[in-house]
Design a protein around this ligand. Structure first.
Ligand code: SF4
Length: 81
């Protein structure tokens, strides 16, 4: 077995995620719906940096992660470094 060589991401931050206490509907709204409430909750979440880092590293395409919408994360990826 080679399971020792496969890196597993640290998902401990999800235990402290505020969205886990509020429900997913704010964070994965219907297309065209407001993400204001999700962003407000993210603004109070201490896991925001870890969450955004995870979303970018894993190319999460849908929903609000780390206080950023899908479009905002896409724009962030396009910024030359
Ligand atoms: S920053 Fe991430 S973990 Fe925190 S509430 Fe927002 S989506 Fe959830």
């Amino acid at each position: 077995m080679y399971t020792d060589t496969i890196p597993t991401p640290d998902l401990g931050w999800q235990r402290e995620a505020l969205c886990a206490q509020t429900g997913a509907e704010f964070f994965f709204p219907e297309p065209g719906s407001s993400v204001r409430e999700a962003k407000r909750i993210c603004g109070m979440c201490e896991m925001r940096s870890a969450c955004l880092e995870y979303a970018l590293a894993n190319d999460e395409r849908f929903g609000v992660w780390g206080g950023m919408s899908e479009k905002e994360r896409l724009s962030l990826r396009r910024v030359p470094r």
